[in-house]
Each structure stands twice: as C-alpha cells, then as structure tokens.
Design a protein around this ligand. Sequence first.
Ligand SMILES: *[C@@H]1O[C@H](CO)[C@@H](O)[C@H](O)[C@H]1NC(C)=O
Ligand SMILES: *[C@@H]1O[C@H](CO)[C@@H](O)[C@H](O)[C@H]1NC(C)=O
Ligand SMILES: *[C@@H]1O[C@H](CO)[C@@H](O)[C@H](O)[C@H]1NC(C)=O
Length: 502
Amino acid sequence: MMKASAGLALWCAAALLLCIRADVRCAIRRLNSIDDLKEVNFGQAVPKHSLLLLHWFANTVEMDDSDVIRLTFDPDLGTYGSHHYGNYERLLNPLPRGDFRYRYYTVGNVNRGQSDLPDYVLEPPDAEYRERGNRGRIVFRVREQDGQTVDQVYLTQHYGNSHVTNTRYDPAYTYHITANLLRQIRAFAVGAQQRNFLAELAEDFGSHVDQSRLWRLTIRWQDLACLGLLLYMIVEEKHLKGKPLPPKRKLRPAPLPPKGKPGPAPPHCVVDIPDPAGSHGLDPRSWLGLRSRDCVRLEVTTGENGRARILWRGVPINHVMEGAMVVLYKDNNSQEAMFSKVIRSQWGDVDTSVRLNGGLQARLHKTKTKCCLWTTAAEEICRGAQFANPDKVPLSGHQASLQLFVKDGKACARLFVDKSFANWKKEFSKSWVAFYANPLKSTRDYEWWQWQWATKFQAAPDALDDVHDVYEYRSNLTVAPGIQARFILRNDTVLAETLSWQ
Ligand SMILES: *[C@@H]1O[C@H](CO)[C@@H](O)[C@H](O)[C@H]1NC(C)=O
Ligand SMILES: *[C@@H]1O[C@H](CO)[C@@H](O)[C@H](O)[C@H]1NC(C)=O
Ligand SMILES: *[C@@H]1O[C@H](CO)[C@@H](O)[C@H](O)[C@H]1NC(C)=O
C-alpha cells in the first residue's frame, strides 16, 4: 500500500516535470468544435459568461476563407478593455525569442467604466449568463504582418477565490480555441436577420431542440436568439445527448416543415389567410414554419415549480392595441378562468400561479374595462390546444405500458396492464417505478425517495379504459424539463423508460 502510493507520487512528480519541460503546453486543452465545448463544465468550474465572451470575440474578429483571423480593433489602444499580456507565469507558449512581431493580449474585463464590450455581453437577457466574478478572459496572440493577424486564441480565467493568485490565470481552465471552433460560433451571430435561420442552425449542428423551445429562446433572447440557441446547446442540451429525437406529442403544434416548403397551419388558427408570395423575410413567424397571417398560437408549458406557463405568439397588433388578455382554463370545456393577464406584446410568456395538470388550456380574450377601474376578459378571440401528457411507452416483453404524467405540478406514473395479463402482480412482484432527473442518470440514481413498487400502485380513479387495468403512483417530485420515469423489472433490468419531460 505504502509502496504503491509512493510510486504514484513519484509518477505524478515525473509527469509534472514533463509538463513543465514542455512549456506547460500539455496542460492546455484544445477545443476544435462546438461538441468539444460541450465537454467543458460551464456553470461550475468555468463561468457561463465565458461563453458570451467567446461568442463576442468570434463575431468581432474577421476571418477569411483560409482561416486567417484579423482584429477589427486595436488592442494597444485598450479597445474593449484589452491590454498587453506578458505571459510571465508562462501560461502559454513563450514568444519566439527576439522576435518582436508577436504579442499576447487579453480582453474580457467587464468592470464598469473600463469596458466597452457590447451590452449583450455585459447584460445578457438571461441572468444566468451575467458575469459574477469578472474572471473570464480571452487571450490572443497577434502577429504584426500586413496588419494585425491573430494566430492563437485562448479562453482562460482568473483563479477562483484565492487572494494571492487571483491576478493570474488558471492553467487548469485555459483552453486553446481553434479557428474551426471560431468559425462554428460565427454561425450563431446575433441580429434579427440571423434569427430566421434558428431552426436550420439547430439542425445543422445536430441539436434536437424542439419547436416550442426555439420559440421560448426567441422570446427570451429576441435578436440574440442564435446566441441563446448556442448557449442552450452547450450548457443544457448536452445532458440529453445521445437520446433519440423525442417524437412530438399529439396535441402539440406541428413540427417544423422541411426547408423551403410551405408549412402546415397549426390547428387552432382564428383566421387562416394563406400567405401570398413566399415570404422568407423578417417575419418571425416564417422561421417557425407558420405561413398564414393573423394566426395566433397559444400554448401551456411547464413553468417554474410545477406551475403552468402560458406562451403566446403572433397576436395581431390590432388586438394588442385594443386590449387583449391570455386566460388559463382547466380544460376545453371549462368557463371558469384560473388565471389571466393583459398582454402588451404580440409575443410573450407569463408564469401563472396555477399548478400544472393535463388538460389546461390558454385562450386569448378581448378585454373590457369595468367602472373605469378594472379590466376583465370579454369575448374570446381564440384558444390553444389543451396541455397534453406524453404518450405511454410499452414495457418490453409484457402486455403493459408506462406513462409519465403530471398531477398538480408533481410527476406521476401510470401503469396500464392489459386485462389479459392476469398474473401481473406475480410477474412484477419485485418491480418498481422510479423518477429520474434526466435520461442520463443511472438506474440506481433516481431522485431521493421518488420510487414505488409496481404492486403498490393505486387503481386510477378516473381511468376510462376497457382494455387495461390502470394504476397510478403520485410522487412528490415537482415536474420539470428532463424528468423521466422508468420501470425496473427487478434489480437493474429496465423494461421501459419514458421520454423526458419537456
Ligand atoms: C373545444 O371546445 C370548442 C367549443 O366548445 C369546440 O368547438 C371544440 O370542438 C372543442 N375542441 C376539442 C378538441 O374538444
Ligand atoms: C417526498 O416524500 C419523501 C418521503 O415521504 C420525503 O422524505 C421527502 O422530504 C418529500 N419531498 C418533498 C419535496 O416533499
Ligand atoms: C437480483 O436480485 C436477486 C435477489 O434480490 C439476486 O438473487 C440476484 O442474483 C440478482 N441478479 C442480478 C443479475 O443481480
């Protein structure tokens, strides 16, 4: 034992020495693609804000077809807070001795008054991406040769909490950024024009992002939607990596149409006037595959803490001007409003106080003012689809299936057992159903206490099913995107896993 650890220590020392001998270069990881970026632990070891900085840098330099990178600002003038970087701690390759054409510079200090970085870098629409410790930096090497070309780019950061070392950069979190990666990031440039290609971009980079997420990204990030998509892919979506494209739910809006072809109109349009000339213009509706005018879309989705969120889109401006409100109902038959909010924009979303349940429906109403004091809902303009739970999935090799559903904002599971499967209680005597935070969790890594024996499921009170016996289990886990239920036959044999909650 002692011997082994001494050997290990020796080995480590040798490895360290080798590292130092090789100019510390071996410590620096190379990131050559967006997929490589997904391997970096953004949000924990590396501030998420560093991604904004990288996006800004990639879109601020110029690149030609042979990957020659040129600066568009003068770092010697301190533009964007940039300044010379001495590399005294030998973080990066030493500059060629005696060759004064090369210099390192650093940029990314976001301190007020010192930084003229654009607003979106300093104040991104999503607070998650704001800089907290002012640690992230881009270091680049400039070569003076017919103007200033950049031949090396690094993403780095100051040490975390240590007072002694925090003016230095942390080699453990320094990454060499290749021209190829910069080029990929440049595809996600900001701007209203760019936003029209959001769905195509997602497809090009292998993202499985669905239409309703794209829509939410657009609402939140507006003209920065492509940046929002990039961040989503790198920080959030990677946790769902390797999973097949989730099929669209039945009552959900139609999927994106293939490029160039006119898309189907969604099922709940008020007025459906076909679009005349093929407009691929700036109308945000076009990239979502909607081609008809005056077509309102209303949707109920999963908000914070298991509450319902209402999304609306494409509300004609005249309705907004004359007064309109979104109203939440229990279902398509209900006449009793559970929540309402006057809207002041054609697009938007609002978090309601209503716990999420299948069947919830958002409708758009005109407003009227009572006694010059309060605004209430008047005539209905249109309504969205009811909130639908995902479809059930079959248990492999058995006449039964499993469904994940929501009840009052909590994740629940329903077991459908074919009436012909009489001895299911015996067969499933050691079986259990558990809830997982996301599909990547291992079978044993279910959420704390969120599981139940299959035989202890209760008969479902409101099941109308002649073919199956229906049983259900209500967990106390708040439903959130990513959550999944699995049926475990015994030990680790998983018979079914549901799609993750959207
Ligand atoms: C919802 O209710 C409306 C009005 O009562 C009715 O016309 C429509 O068919 C219903 N839709 C569904 C899906 O039940
Ligand atoms: C869920 O239930 C378990 C067991 O009854 C309990 O230990 C846990 O605290 C509950 N969690 C919440 C969030 O209520
Ligand atoms: C499954 O569990 C049973 C009893 O709990 C045990 O005897 C058996 O060896 C386990 N099988 C596997 C494959 O782990």
